[in-house]
Design a binder for this molecule. Structure first.
Ligand code: NIG
Ligand code: ZN
Length: 426
């Protein structure tokens, strides 16, 4: 299994084995006329095409000529909720007419709607939906995705969701990192008894998930009228003691202190952060918490965007993700996320590219294995149909990914698998 990608007009390596913080996010480490040598699924050499061709016997390699194309690390979507039943197009329609996300939730809609539909869906239905969604992500250049539970709340449905993620991980080229988000909403049977529900999770659910290795991360929706800072703290500390890594849905709608809590408990990432305080940013910088920003959610909710510029200028490592979910943001399109981040959060394009590659890898604890084109990392690589990464936000709203290589294998080719397959007149 030997592959050579050669003559890339831009080989955008994003080179690093750790999250890029502050000014480090400006650097993409681009090699012009670059080449990558892949063996047994891993990157063996990276450099100028002419240097690499001097040292190898090209006849031993499957060769992809990337002339006039940019080559980048596979994108990593580090915050999604992509296994769920049902849709919430009616709620979106209400939002178009002026209703807010929280108003819909307070009237009994929102997450609870998806919980009902996910409870009804069979494992097989969820699996088939998951496969289709992964196919779509792959076409946008995603090679690793984080997926959360949280549309079950009760034991059986949460476990069902996590088991579906596990089966999908075995069946699809995209790698899936799973997160248990039982504290996504308070289930009807625990209405007004939030702390009891948190204790139930700690005592009944987490030990089982740990034993069966169903999730690497534990997350909580820390938000006004959902879970308070104290309730979230209790859950996260208990989860940490059981060996889970932590994430928090923090300061999305109200500035509640979620960012501060993420720093206090040593979370890997705090996500959303639309309303994050200055103190929260400072504390996250000190503790090395990644800020995972989700601009397509702010866009879909018509909320103001997170303060990415200030966060980066103060030294934070920022990751960008889709937040793919049935309610607040129904998109798997990371190119759109990059476009929004550069248009509305004043991130530079270089920062945005690092944010969906190396920093996104760090947000799921995988920065030593994926997220850059470096020797020793997994060969997760995308080839664009254009000569420069500058085309990503420019060709707005669509995917310009031509080929995806996962673990050294070509798993998506637009000519072969994509829209061009249907180009015949009929
Ligand atoms: N904010 C909380 N959770 C999801 C939305 C879930 C939903 O509305 O279904 C999010 O990250 O945006
Ligand atoms: Zn989320």
């Amino acid at each position: 299994m030997k592959l050579l990608i050669k003559n890339a007009s831009e080989l955008v390596t994003c080179s690093s084995f750790k999250a890029k913080k502050g000014d480090e996010m400006k650097e993409l480490s681009i090699i012009e006329d670059g080449a990558v040598v892949v063996e047994d699924g891993y990157i063996k050499r990276v450099g100028k095409t002419e240097d690499i061709l001097k040292d190898i016997n090209i006849n031993e390699y499957e060769v992809i000529d990337a002339s006039n194309k940019a080559v980048l690390p596979g994108f990593i979507d580090s915050h999604t909720h992509f296994v769920f039943g049902g849709y919430r197009a009616d709620e979106y329609y209400l939002r178009l007419k002026g209703a807010t996300y929280m108003e819909i939730m307070e009237k009994g809609g929102g997450i609870i709607n998806s919980v009902e539909a996910t409870k009804k869906a069979s494992k097989e239905e969820l699996f088939n939906l998951g496969l289709k969604r992964l196919d779509s992500m792959l076409s946008f250049g995603v090679t690793t995705v984080e997926g959360k539970s949280g549309y079950g709340l009760d034991f059986d449905t949460e476990v069902k969701q996590l088991e579906v993620y596990k089966s999908l991980n075995k069946s699809h080229p995209i790698d899936i990192v799973t997160t248990y988000l039982g504290a996504h909403s308070v289930p009807k049977e625990y209405k007004g008894k939030n702390m009891e529900y948190i204790e139930y999770i700690i005592n009944e659910v987490l030990p089982y998930i740990k034993e069966k290795n169903l999730a690497e991360f534990v997350d909580v929706f820390c938000e006004k009228n959902v879970f308070s800072v104290d309730e979230s703290r209790k859950l996260l500390i208990a989860a940490k003691m059981m060996g889970f890594k932590l994430k928090i849905h923090a300061d999305e709608i109200v500035s509640l202190g979620g960012a501060e809590l993420a720093a206090e408990v040593g979370a890997v990432s705090a996500d959303h952060l639309l309303q994050c305080s200055d103190r929260g940013i400072e504390m996250m910088v000190k503790k090395g918490v990644i800020a995972t920003l989700l601009p397509a959610t702010a866009f879909s909710l018509k909320e103001k965007f997170a303060r990415a510029r200030q966060m980066i200028d103060r030294g934070l490592a920022v990751a960008l993700a889709s937040d793919f979910n049935p309610g607040s943001c129904f998109t798997e399109n990371l190119s759109l996320v990059i476009a929004l981040a550069t248009l509305y959060m004043n991130m530079t394009l270089e920062e945005a590219i690092n944010a969906v590659t190396i920093n996104a890898a760090a947000a799921i604890g995988k920065e030593k294995e994926i997220g850059s084109i470096d020797v020793g990392k997994k060969a997760d690589i995308i080839i664009l149909e254009h000569p420069s990464y500058k085309f990503i936000p420019y060709h707005i709203g669509v995917s310009i990914v031509e080929k995806v290589i996962k673990n050294g294998k070509l798993v998506y080719d637009k000519e072969r698998d994509g829209r061009y397959a249907y180009r015949e007149k009929c």
